[in-house]
Write a protein that binds this ligand. Structure first.
Ligand code: CMP
Length: 152
């Protein structure tokens, strides 16, 4: 499997409910490596750009208002098959369909307020990472445990 980078955002509900550490703990414990992190309240422009693929959906306005309503945390994570692995760890978009053991399945009940966002494919990961981070923001480093967590 390829070593990939993926973008993860903890949404205002996740920050307000003090789940930043819980989300990071799960990703770290799995063996993924944190390369970049920021906390910020998104501008409307940034939120609209982030969710541009949903512009025509009836929930778009409400989603943008929600995502700008409080602090959010942006992160870049790296690891084997990171995009799919993180998606499976966060669970179905609708928390009512998320399996127990996933972040949404353990902490959420509402589709909009589903704690966390993660890139769904390599093109989204690239786009989302560059929306929030410059190449200088992303730290490349070797971790001592990598021989146990990659085949490279
Ligand atoms: P996310 O993974 O960030 O991708 C798009 C977001 O839109 C999704 O999580 C939800 O927060 C939100 N969303 C998707 N479908 C709906 C819906 N039917 N109603 C409200 N919000 C939605």
């Amino acid at each position: 499997m390829p070593i990939e980078r993926t973008f993860v955002m903890i949404k205002p509900d996740g920050v307000a409910r003090r789940l930043i550490g819980e989300c990071i703990r799960r990703l770290e414990q799995r063996g993924l490596k944190l390369l970049a992190i920021k906390i910020q309240i998104l501008t409307r422009e940034k939120a609209e750009e982030h969710y541009q693929e949903h512009k025509e959906k009836d929930f778009f306005e409400s989603l943008v208002a929600f995502i700008c309503s409080g602090p959010t945390v942006q992160m870049v994570w790296e690891g084997e098959d990171a995009i799919n692995q993180v998606r499976s760890m966060i669970g179905n978009t609708n928390p009512l369909k998320s399996a127990p053991g996933t972040i949404r399945g353990d902490f959420a009940l509402i589709t909009q307020m589903n704690i966390v966002h993660a890139s769904d494919k390599p093109e989204s990961a690239q786009r989302e990472i560059s929306l929030y981070f410059t190449p200088q923001d992303i730290l490349e480093y070797k971790a001592d445990d990598e021989k146990w967590l990659t085949t490279k």
